[in-house]
Design a protein around this ligand. Structure first.
Ligand code: GTP
Length: 363
């Protein structure tokens, strides 16, 4: 089962080059309102700071994030396989658009995501073209996530007037894929029944068969209230579950609080405030659940995926066959074409030429 996600990652690489529209691959898509905590959840799962932060819409291109569990002892073999120099650090990353550059400084990842976002989307526009980033680390569970722009309502500053529609179309494009698991992020300090993320998910997955909800900001709820009812599915049931997490606050980020420390705080907070359900909440539980869901999901999708691919292979094989036999000796063929062309050119000058079709040059 563990081999399924790497296989899928390879398929994703292939279909990113030939056009991801052609096939619907299983993937986890992260959806939520602006500032719901999407980037924080992803960074906690990876255990590193590497995503751009700021005001306004920061994520403006889909980010396909492939996490590949690589124990330190397997690093060398992995690098040989990838054809890259072996870095001294055990955590390293590669972008699909920069195959030969190995990143070990995660701050540089943030800069490259920003630069690559600007390359297609300029300073404010949204682009559908995904950025693909692979992170190899002994600290991650093997997982593929797609981070999308946050759901927004009103354009601010110089954002395009139709920004809401652009983001909506992009999100719907990804979550309409029947093979996508929707990770719907909602902050605990708003009424769960008004969650935009869950509303979006319900539009394409009314029975909730492929939606997992995440409740962030448990630490920011009004005093005297708690999230027991939401987390136990008594407000809106979500079939795959609702998992509560506590990420770093803005102050924690400004003070550069390490993620390890934040995870210890999260665990202590859950034990203290939600003792009876602490073991099925929190970031480590979320990462393991996503890994399990994705594997099972891939297994369930495989038969239809295989049928679709066989169909595509035979279609393209017919197309290739229509181009004729493969050319064995390219040099000889080129010489023949040039000779024919030259003699026809001479005949034209001498006035003895007959009309010649280009296709005849190849006979
Ligand atoms: N206290 C606390 N703050 C949180 C929590 N989750 C996120 N935040 C803060 O909320 C703000 C927004 O979090 P992000 O992770 O950037 O949210 P986002 O959904 O990625 O935002 P956009 O990319 O703008 O759509 C940041 O200042 C975070 O520090 C949480 O669980 N607790």
């Amino acid at each position: 089962m563990d081999a399924l996600i790497p296989i899928l990652n390879k398929l994703q690489d292939v279909f990113n080059t030939v056009g991801s529209e052609t096939i619907q691959l299983p993937q986890i898509v992260v959806v939520g309102s602006q500032s719901a905590g999407k980037s924080s959840v992803i960074e906690n799962i990876v255990g590193r700071d590497f995503l751009p932060r700021g005001i306004g819409i920061v994520t403006r291109r889909p980010l396909t994030l492939q996490l590949v569990y690589t124990p330190a002892e397997d690093k060398e073999i992995r690098c040989q396989h990838l054809g890259i120099p072996v870095p001294t650090q055990n955590e390293f990353a590669l972008f699909a658009h920069q195959k030969d550059k190995v990143y070990t400084d995660f701050n540089e990842l943030r800069q490259e995501i920003e630069a690559e976002t600007e390359r297609l989307g300029g300073k404010k526009n949204i682009s559908k073209e995904p950025i693909t980033l692979k992170i190899y680390s002994p600290k991650v569970v093997t997982l593929t996530l797609i981070d999308l722009p946050g759901i927004t309502k009103i354009p601010v500053e110089d954002q395009p007037a139709d920004i809401e529609q652009q983001v909506r179309d992009l999100i719907l494009h990804y979550i309409s894929n029947p093979n996508a698991i929707i990770l719907a992020i909602t902050p605990a300090n708003i009424d769960f029944s008004t969650s935009e993320a869950v509303k979006f998910a319900k539009e394409v997955d009314p029975e909730g068969r492929r939606t997992l909800a995440v409740l962030t900001k448990l630490d920011l709820m009004d005093r005297g209230t708690d999230a027991y009812d939401v987390l136990c599915g008594r407000i809106i049931p979500v079939k795959l579950g609702i998992i509560g997490v506590i990420n770093r606050s803005q102050e924690d980020i400004l003070q550069k609080k390490p993620i390890e420390e934040a995870l210890r705080y999260e665990s202590a907070f859950l034990q203290k405030s939600y003792p009876s359900i602490a073991n099925r909440n929190g970031t480590p539980f979320l990462a393991k659940t996503l890994n399990r869901l994705l594997m099972h999901h891939i297994r369930d999708c495989l038969p239809s995926l295989k049928a679709r691919m066989n169909q595509m292979v035979s279609h393209f094989q017919t197309l290739v066959n229509s181009f004729g036999e493969p050319i064995e000796d390219k040099g000889r063929l080129l010489l023949q074409i040039i000779t024919k062309f030259a003699s026809n050119y001479c005949a034209t000058i001498e006035g003895t030429a007959k009309n010649i079709e280009v296709s005849e040059l190849f006979v």
